[in-house]
Design a protein around this ligand. Structure first.
Ligand code: DAK
Length: 260
């Protein structure tokens, strides 16, 4: 499949998705999101692809938001009638069971910050800048920014960022728990691909299950989450990969996974 606004490359078992509109700081328009939906569906369906990385082309931006020029021309009724951008959330975020990492290489604003927060975790370059500046455009975040940012960094910083539209730099984002690691810009992609390859080398069922469980922590009361975790543990101990993982530890050798 060929795309016009994104690049998709396979690095062994890792798929790299690059949003490729550097002239517009990789702003998300309908075409970008439609292409990402297709590319993520292909990634999810490919048994040889085990972890994803999403980034932005160029050195300046991950994604500077939804395309303001497109939104400015979109009639208000179309946002509702076409359920603007909703395929991204319903098809990608809800249906991708494999993990994917956001490698944030510059501005991650508005929809860009939201896409990064929808990834399983964020690795940021030292030059990354995060923000939800929608208030300055007379609107609010539309793809979960107010909700996910509040969960990620707490009420005080989420309110501060949504109400002032200010940007958070990489150091503050790491301190606040928004990103998992910060690396020099020149090492960002290499690091993200290396971390993704490490995940891709883990027992595949345990990868899916760990992602599902951490996500469940945001949806379930603690008691239910703990039971859910225990039940999944009880299922995974019956897998061939569990027997192999424990044997490999005892025999001091790397495990060889079957995904069953
Ligand atoms: N959209 C379209 N073009 C953009 C853009 C954007 N978000 N951001 C930058 N560009 C374009 C600029 O217009 C400029 O294009 P030319 O003028 O060269 O043609 C080019 O990228 C370079 O940008 P600048 O010249 O502005 O570069 P600077 O270094 O001076 O400034 C900046 C960089 C990132 C600070 C600045 O570009 C900026 O403030 N950009 C806008 C950031 C922003 O407000 N982002 C939030 C957009 S609102 C929804 C779901 C989601 C959303 C909405 C609804 N539903 C489900 C309903 C999401 C909304 C948003 O994200």
């Amino acid at each position: 499949m060929s795309y016009e606004t994104i690049l998709v490359e396979q690095h062994g078992p890792v798929t790299l998705f690059t949003i490729n509109r550097p002239q517009a700081l990789n702003a998300l328009n309908t075409q970008v999101l439609d292409e990402l939906v297709e590319a993520f569906a292909a990634f999810e369906a490919d048994p040889g692809q085990l972890c994803g990385v999403i980034t932005g082309a160029g050195e300046k931006a991950f994604v500077a938001g939804a395309d303001i020029k497109e939104m400015a021309e979109t009639p208000a009724s179309d946002f509702y009638a076409h359920d603007f951008f909703s395929r991204w959330t319903s098809h990608v975020v809800k249906q991708t069971r494999k993990p994917w990492i956001a490698a944030v290489n510059g501005f991650a604003l508005g929809g860009g910050c939201e896409v990064a927060m929808m990834a399983d975790f964020i690795i940021a370059s030292e030059s990354a800048r995060f923000g939800q500046p929608e208030i300055r455009l007379g609107v609010v975040p539309g793809m979960g920014g107010s909700q996910r940012l509040a969960r990620a960094v707490g009420k005080a910083k989420a309110m501060d960022m949504c109400l002032t539209g200010r940007m958070m730099d990489a150091a503050e984002a790491e301190r606040s728990g928004l990103v998992s690691r910060v690396v020099p810009a020149a090492k960002l992609l290499e690091t993200a691909l290396k971390v993704a390859a490490e995940i891709a080398g883990m027992p595949p069922l345990a990868v899916l299950a760990n992602k599902e469980l951490v996500n469940a922590a945001f949806e379930m009361p603690l008691d239910q989450g703990l039971i859910h975790e225990r039940r999944i543990f009880q299922v995974l101990v019956g897998t061939e990969d569990k027997a192999e993982g424990m044997a490999a530890f005892i025999e001091k050798r790397p495990g060889v996974w079957k995904g069953r």
